[in-house]
Design a protein around this ligand. Structure first.
Ligand SMILES: C[S@@+](CC[C@H](N)C(=O)[O-])C[C@H]1O[C@@H](n2cnc3c(N)ncnc32)[C@H](O)[C@@H]1O
Length: 252
């Protein structure tokens, strides 16, 4: 998932990309944001795309720093949110080796650390830390590997949607799929996408200087996974992980 991928998707973003805000019917992410929000505080939206979360953030915080790797996404976000005057837009690659950021009191990062490239993920996680003031809150949402495997197991066992209609077209693809899954990378719409274990998130964030306050499931409807979910298929519903973590104070 290079910058070019996100630039290409930008014009059709709404049709192509899963909408977390619309699908989180529990409102848990909004609640988590509201719990740490204040008109005295600044917030950064890391990987803001076309700005779906900006109206909420601009209303709840003093200032919003909206960032994304894609210039086109930022253009669309700025146009959509032009009525919010307390938002600034910055093109920024959170996976870059050297990054200059505007540290904020709160950082929101919703389904943006998806790359299958390990080095880029390592850099992205390191960058989360410098985007925050000491004691600042991070609200991070990422795809769940447990949920993805659970979905695959159900699809295969009960042949749902013809077992997800998965066709592995070549030996090379089969090899890549097998190699990727060991690292939690599995395709979404044929795009290799990083999925995370709960324990992995705890470890990654602790090692980057965060204290994890809670990790919760953000549940979605089964229709987000299957065209025809079996009628008997109920809880547990598919989910992303939401982490609420606090940047530890640096030792001086
Ligand atoms: C699935 S979209 C999520 C958008 C938004 N957070 C939401 O929930 O509606 C992922 C976004 O992350 C951005 N992104 C991916 N890698 C990035 C990086 N290294 N630095 C900054 N933004 C990145 C993409 O351009 C894309 O807009």
């Amino acid at each position: 998932m290079e910058r070019s991928y996100w630039e290409r998707i930008a014009p059709s973003y709404n049709e192509e990309i899963f909408d977390v805000l619309q699908n989180d019917k529990s409102g848990k992410i909004i609640t988590a944001i509201e719990q740490v929000a204040s008109k005295e505080k600044t917030v950064t939206d890391l990987g803001c795309a076309i700005g779906k979360w900006i109206p909420l953030l601009a209303t709840a915080f003093k200032q919003v720093v909206a960032t994304d790797i894609s210039a086109k996404n930022l253009e669309i976000a700025a146009e959509r949110c032009k009525n919010y005057t307390n938002v600034e837009y910055h093109r920024m690659d959170m996976s870059a080796d050297n990054l200059t950021v505007i540290p904020c009191d709160v950082a929101v990062c919703i389904n943006a650390i998806l790359t299958d490239n390990l080095k880029k993920r390592i850099n992205f996680f390191q960058s989360l830390n410098i985007c925050l003031h000491d004691g600042g809150y991070l609200i991070l949402v990422v795809p769940s590997l447990e949920s993805k495997l659970y979905t695959n197991i159900i699809a295969h066992r009960w042949n749902v949607d013809d077992d997800h209609k998965e066709k592995i077209k070549s030996v090379e693809k089969a090899y890549a799929l097998a190699k990727n899954i060991k690292q939690g990378v599995t395709d979404i719409d044929n795009v290799p996408t990083k999925h995370y274990l709960e324990e992995e998130l705890q470890l990654l964030l602790t090692l980057e200087g965060f204290e994890v306050e809670r990790i919760e499931k953000i549940n979605y409807n089964w229709k987000t996974e299957f065209n025809n979910p079996p009628k008997w298929l109920a809880e547990p519903f598919p989910w992303d992980w939401m982490v609420v973590a606090r940047k530890e104070k640096s030792q001086k």
